[in-house]
Write a protein that binds this ligand. Structure first.
Ligand code: TMP
Length: 213
């Protein structure tokens, strides 16, 4: 369903450094003259950002697993309608920090098994799949240490507060998703220094956009 543009999603557990790398990649593509739309989920559009606040703030047990899945999917639908589809239709490169693979990992596999529900909702109500997904991989203890520094005082720590065992389960699921769809997903070793990670990201993305590696 993607138009003439290119839809890249960036995934992984919390604290793997994907936001920094997405920003670097966006800068590099813009310097080469590409229109880049940087966006994120949950959020990325006004309605979806309002739903984000319901999701990332407050008590970790605030929502039932099913309600949480529906809220993430509702936010995604708004984001797809208002931002992603229009950007892809006009030929932009869309860099999206998290998308459906986060729902597959966090809601599908992080608690009670909702993988089938997540896939069904995606097929019926979203229907837009990424052209390429970068899955950033890092040991959960190292990742959690990075997020603690970043999130202190932000109030956006509902998922991080679920702890290292939860993050370890998510990591396994992200690795499983990457292995299940090798044509779409590229694994990025996020334990390496930032410039090495940026090199690995560029090597994965450039050929897909007809650019020099
Ligand atoms: P962020 O901190 O990367 O912006 O994401 C906010 C939190 O929401 C993060 O802990 C991951 C979580 N999340 C889900 O649980 N399911 C989803 O579908 C998405 C997009 C994010």
């Amino acid at each position: 369903m993607a138009g003439r543009g290119f839809f890249l999603t960036v995934e992984g557990i919390d604290g793997v450094g994907k936001s920094t790398q997405t920003r670097l990649l966006a800068g590099r593509l813009r310097r080469l003259g590409r229109e880049v739309v940087e966006t994120r989920e949950p959020g990325g559009a006004p309605g979806a950002e309002a739903i984000r606040r319901l999701l990332v703030e407050g008590d970790p047990e605030r929502w039932s697993p099913e309600t949480e899945t529906l809220l993430f999917t509702a936010a995604r639908r708004d984001h797809v309608e208002r931002v992603l589809e229009p950007a892809l239709a006009r030929g932009a490169v869309v860099l999206c920090d998290r998308y459906v693979d986060s729902t597959r990992a966090y809601q599908g596999a992080g608690g009670p098994d909702q993988r089938d529900l997540v896939d069904l909702l995606h097929r019926l109500t979203i229907g837009l799949d990424p052209d390429l997904t970068l899955i950033f991989d890092l040991d959960p203890a190292a990742a959690l240490a990075r997020t603690r520094d970043r999130l202190t005082g932000s109030g956006e720590d509902r998922f991080e507060r679920k702890g290292t065992a939860f993050q370890a389960r998510l990591r396994e699921e992200f690795l499983r998703l990457a292995a299940a769809e090798p044509a779409r997903c590229t694994l990025i070793d996020a334990a390496r220094p930032a410039d090495a990670v940026a090199g690995q990201v560029w090597a994965a993305v450039a050929p897909r956009l007809g650019l020099a590696p």
